[in-house]
Design a protein. Structure first.
Length: 332
């Protein structure tokens, strides 16, 4: 019992010692955080907060100025997650389309236009009828962002080609929405500068990198759940790369638990000197995996722990002044 208490004390001491610092986005930039599924959070340079289809993720702490709901299914309309300002403008699908006419709205310098989104002919499904669902085009700070939570590849997408869309968020789950191939065709119609694949699996979903790899738009921009990216009106094609976030991100190793090897992935917001090390429960370093300057963007490495005994360990990423720690378990 004394040994167990000692382990618990050392565990919390270790977490305190290692720290969990983050490099947050600056206050004067437009940004998008992908919360997961079809849920996103936008912050404008003026500090306005917009949530679209609240459901996935946990980062709903910022009080909303605008909430957009694309249809009334339970994986798109969880308004109870959102703190709303007294002046918050909530727009639901019934507000966005009246008597078959798509509506437009203006809140401050933010313009919102509802557009067609449906898949009632998709694989004989009738889950997302044209009369019950909408998409949205948001315009602010010279940025135009198109988002539709659930849709098939529909002819109305061709109407977006002359709107100079900056970012198109396209669902690719292959069941309730487009397949990756259909979304690739949709991207060609829309002609956005960046195409971000979302809604990659049916709820309760996890993110499918395999499906994302089959979405082959030349302007593909990969944003994983939990990542935040800067939005920029003056942007050029990124030719299939991952987005560089506004903060350093350390992902959970995979697989975990593992034996004997596991994969680490992390993304750097800026070029930084990076240290990635593994520690035991007592805070003793058992392996140094990286100790060098690295460029901004995504990185990964494989670790073979065949010479390490079974147990619970921690891995710490330090990039500049920012530190993040996660747990991993080796079982032999």
């Amino acid at each position: 019992m004394k040994y167990l208490r000692y382990q618990v004390i050392m565990f919390f001491f270790f977490i305190f010692f290692i720290g969990t610092g983050r490099c947050e986005a600056g206050p004067n930039s437009d940004s998008l955080k992908y919360l997961g599924h079809a849920s996103i959070k936008i912050k404008t340079s003026e500090g306005k907060v917009i949530y679209i289809d609240p459901y996935a993720g946990t980062d709903y702490a910022d009080s909303a100025d605008i909430v957009l709901i694309m249809h009334e299914h339970s994986d798109h309309n969880v308004l109870t997650l959102v703190r709303k300002k007294a002046t918050c403008h909530v727009i639901r699908s019934a507000d966005a389309m009246k008597s078959g006419v798509y509506q437009s709205f203006t809140t401050g310098n933010i313009k919102i236009a509802s557009v067609a989104a449906y898949n009632n002919q998709l694989r004989n499904l009738s889950y997302h009828l044209k009369s019950q669902c909408v998409g949205y085009v948001l315009e602010f700070d010279g940025i135009k962002l198109y988002h539709t939570g659930d849709t098939g590849n529909i002819p109305e997408m061709a109407n977006l080609a002359n709107q100079n869309i900056t970012y198109a968020l396209l669902p690719i789950d292959s069941l309730y929405t487009m397949s990756p191939a259909e979304a690739t065709q949709a991207a060609a119609m829309i002609q956005a500068k960046h195409d971000i694949p979302i809604h990659t699996m049916s709820p309760p979903d996890t993110y499918s990198d395999a499906k994302v790899s089959r979405f082959t738009s030349p302007n593909k921009l990969v944003v994983h759940p939990g990542e935040t990216i800067a939005l920029n009106a003056n942007t050029t094609s990124v030719k299939g790369t991952s987005a560089i976030p506004l903060m350093h991100i350390l992902k959970q190793n995979y697989p975990n638990p593992f034996n004997p090897g596991t994969q680490f992935e992390f993304t750097l917001a800026t070029s930084s000197f990076v240290s990635l090390a593994v520690f035991d429960i007592l805070g003793k370093k058992v392996a140094t995996l990286i100790s060098e300057k690295m460029s901004a963007g995504g990185h990964s490495l494989y670790w073979n722990a065949s010479n390490i005994p079974s147990g619970m360990y921690f891995y710490r990423l330090q990039a500049g002044n920012n530190v993040e720690t996660k747990k991993l378990v080796l079982i032999k």
